[in-house]
Ligand binder design. Structure first.
Ligand code: FE2
Length: 378
C-alpha cells in the first residue's frame, strides 16, 4: 500500500556528466526540454554547475564539476561516464518515507534534510540503489521558487529552436545489475518501499540465441513507480547487460522510459531534432501486417516510416522505440512509449530489439566473449 510511504510519483532525475552546459543544450535541442534553472558559482555553489530542465511532468538536473575537488561528480563520471546519479520520488512526508525505508533495511545515504532559503524549504533524504546510484525522497510543498534553494533563472536567455516533441513524464526507470544481483535488488525495493514484483521474466523469456537476460519488474501498489531490474543470463555471446556492466564499470540505471500521447508525432519530432534510434528492419512490419488480431488506431505505414515498435497484450497495446546510447559509452539510453491499455514493457518486441542491439554491439566489438570467458568453468 503506497499510502504507507505517501508516494505521489516520479520527481526529478539528476545526471552527472562531463559538461553540464553542453549536455543541457542537447536535452533542450534534442528532447525539447526547457532550461528552467541554473545553480553554480554565480549562485553560491562553488564546485559544480547544474542546469534544471523541465517539460510537462519531466524534471531533469544535469550536473558537472567545475573544480578538481568536486569528488562525487568527478569520481562518478570517471568511473561510469555520463549517467544517472539519482532519481527522486515525490512523497507526502520525507521523514516518514525515509524512516519506513531504513527500518526495512534501506542503506542510508542522506538523512532527511531541510534545504532552506527566502523562498521556503525543500525536504530531501536519500537511500542507496545499486552500486553508485541513489533513490531520493523529496517534498517541495513549502518552496515557491525554481527547483530548490541555490537555483535561479537561467543566466542567459537561450533561444534553442527545436521540433515540439510532446513528451510528458516518466513511465518507468530501468536498472542493470550483475548476475545474481536481480533478486537482491527486487527484494530491496519490495521491502524498503513496500513495492511488489509484478513481472518476472525467466530464462528463455527474453533473449536471442546469442544473448539473454533475466528481468523482474517491481512497482508501487498504485503503479505510479515501475522499475524493471535486469541481469545478464548465460548465452553464446555477450548480452547487452554484460556490455553495460563492463562499460559502466558497475550496476546502474540503463534507461528511462518517457511517455507520450502521440508517439508517431513524438518520434518524428525527435528524429528531426537529431535523436538517433535503434534500427528496426522492414521485416518487422511485414510480420506486423500478417498478424490477424492486430487492431490498432495507427497506420502500419506510419509506424514503419518512423520504425516504431508495437506490442499487443490482452488488455490493449503499447507503442515504443529506443534511442541509441546517448553518451560516449554504450550505457544509458531513452525509451519513448505510448500505452493504449497495455501495462507491460513490450515483451513481443524483445526479439527484434535484441537483434538490433546485437548489431550495434558487434560494431563496437562487444558481442563476442573474450577467450577467458569462453573457458569452461572449473
Ligand atoms: Fe523500458
Amino acid at each position: 500500500m503506497s499510502e504507507i510511504l505517501g508516494i505521489r510519483g516520479y520527481d526529478y532525475v539528476e545526471f552527472y556528466v562531463g559538461s553540464a552546459k553542453m549536455a543541457a543544450y542537447w536535452y533542450a535541442k534534442a528532447l525539447g526540454l526547457k532550461i528552467s534553472g541554473y545553480a553554480g558559482p554565480e549562485t553560491g555553489v562553488r564546485d559544480r554547475n547544474s542546469f534544471y530542465l523541465t517539460k510537462n511532468k519531466l524534471k531533469f538536473v544535469i550536473t558537472s564539476a567545475v573544480q578538481p575537488g568536486c569528488y562525487d561528480v568527478l569520481g562518478f563520471v570517471n568511473q561510469h561516464g555520463d549517467g544517472v546519479k539519482r532519481w527522486a520520488i515525490e512523497v507526502d512526508d520525507v521523514e516518514k518515507a525515509f524512516s519506513y525505508a531504513t527500518q526495512h533495511g534501506a542503506v542510508m545515504i542522506k538523512r532527511p534534510q531541510r534545504l532552506e532559503d527566502k523562498h521556503g524549504y525543500v525536504m530531501e533524504a536519500a537511500i542507496r540503489l545499486y552500486d553508485d546510484t541513489e533513490l531520493v525522497y523529496v517534498n517541495h510543498d513549502h518552496f515557491n521558487h525554481i527547483f530548490r534553494p541555490g537555483f535561479c533563472e537561467p543566466r542567459q536567455d537561450i533561444n534553442i529552436k527545436c521540433e515540439e516533441t510532446g513528451i510528458l513524464g516518466i513511465d518507468h526507470i530501468v536498472g542493470n545489475v550483475r548476475e545474481n544481483e536481480m533478486n537482491l535488488w527486487a527484494t530491496y525495493f519490495n521491502k524498503t518501499m513496500n513495492f511488489d514484483t509484478f513481472i518476472d521474466f525467466k530464462a528463455g523469456d527474453i533473449g536471442t540465441r546469442y544473448s539473454a537476460l533475466l528481468s523482474k519488474v517491481v512497482r508501487s501498489s498504485d503503479s505510479k513507480i515501475k522499475s524493471p531490474i535486469n541481469e545478464p543470463h548465460a548465452a553464446e555471446k555477450k548480452s547487452q547487460i554484460e556490455e553495460y556492466i563492463e562499460q559502466y564499470y558497475g550496476s546502474g540505471v540503463q534507461h528511462i522510459a518517457i511517455e507520450t500521447k502521440d508517439i508517431v508525432k513524438t518520434i518524428a519530432a525527435l528524429r528531426k531534432n537529431g535523436v538517433e534510434f535503434l534500427t528496426i528492419p522492414d521485416t518487422y512490419y511485414d510480420l506486423m501486417r500478417q498478424r490477424d488480431n492486430l487492431q490498432i488506431d495507427e497506420k502500419i505505414e506510419d509506424l514503419q516510416q518512423h520504425k516504431i515498435l508495437c506490442d499487443k497484450e490482452s488488455t490493449g497495446y503499447l507503442l515504443q522505440l529506443f534511442t541509441k546510447p546517448i553518451g560516449d559509452r554504450p550505457t544509458f539510453f531513452f525509451e519513448f512509449i505510448q500505452r493504449k491499455g497495455a501495462e507491460g514493457f513490450g515483451k513481443g518486441n524483445f526479439q527484434a530489439l535484441f537483434e538490433s542491439i546485437e548489431l550495434d554491439q558487434k560494431l563496437r566489438g562487444n558481442l563476442d566473449k573474450s577467450p577467458e570467458e569462453l573457458l569452461p568453468p572449473c
